[in-house]
Design a protein around this ligand. Sequence first.
Ligand SMILES: Cc1cc2nc3c(=O)[nH]c(=O)nc-3n(C[C@H](O)[C@H](O)[C@H](O)COP(=O)(O)O)c2cc1C
Length: 362
Amino acid sequence: MPEQIQLPRTLNEYYDRARESMSPQNRAYFLAGAGDGRTMSANESAFDHVSITPRMLRDLGGGSTETHLLGQRLASPFLIAPFAYHRLLDAAGEVATATGSQAQSIKMILSAQSSVDINTVRSAGDDCDWFQLYWMGSRQTTIELAQMAVAAGFGTLVLTVDAPVQGVRDREIEAGFELPHDVSAVNLARFSRPRFAPLEGTQSIVFDRIAHTLPTWDDVAWLIAQVQVPVLLKGILHPDDAARAQSIGAAGVVVSNHGGRVLDRAPATLDVLPAIVEKVGPDYPVLMDGGIRRGVDIFVALAMGAKAVLIGRPIVCGLAVAGDLGVSHVLRLLRDEFEVAMLLSGCATIDDIRRDMVHLKL
Ligand SMILES: Cc1cc2nc3c(=O)[nH]c(=O)nc-3n(C[C@H](O)[C@H](O)[C@H](O)COP(=O)(O)O)c2cc1C
């Protein structure tokens, strides 16, 4: 008989159980932020400053959480954010996450730093058909990675632009985090990456070695023109950058600061979201992530103008506590909470969730 797992009952219990059960190294890698963790905390606390004014006695019959994004149907307006190395948390790794997402019909974005082969993950779940990639140091290598994902059946690409170098990860350094020898970014192994000559004297690692391999808007415009599938840019925080993404043909943007893992002191995503939506207009797909811990937070992000949101660490916790079952259960709890928030606010459909229902508290 397989051991019976007593699943946590609430999202907060998932957090507590995950935190307790993880090794100090995994806790530092998955749950901490860059630097002093200010941006990571700001993402969460931004939601504390928003209240929702509910409406009563509306007819909610026939309502649903369904929405459409880039011509695709979403059962609920949230997706699993791309995050690296799921096999650090569960032996089946990204396959477990894809199985859990499939069980709830929620889309999963597979990270370029997946620790399981891309084709294996793709066939584990119909809903895992978005792929996140990084710039790979040159146009040639980046397009090869994009083409590999499209050939594997990923119909939407998400290019992450906010992490050209890793943030300052004090917590990981202090905990001595290192990848074990049997966990790696297996899908990137066959691509050539820039090799850097040893530093000499006072040379700078960032400016003398890395900077010339980083992409510019021209490179991203080129990539978008090369591929036949929609490309979203993830990691946008300024309205002008969102407008630039729109003008070069990006299918949408993800307002994100990488969950506070890169520039510590970047603004909370919820705080910058309304100005970005204002700039690009209500019809352009603006997604957001960072700090969403409950279904009611999804409601707030949508009211502030997001078309959908990405969920990171809550999924990390589900996977850490109970593998595919934990992922599925966390998604279910988020969806149930989101539905309750809709019902209690008097919203039958996603379109009913409007800006004038939320207010900023000082
Ligand atoms: C452990 C970890 C690894 C991540 N790896 C990636 C990645 O490989 N690619 C990427 O675009 N974003 C990555 N992210 C950022 C997430 O996609 C997302 O932006 C962030 O987790 C959202 O914030 P939240 O965790 O507060 O929900 C990672 C996040 C975490 C926590």
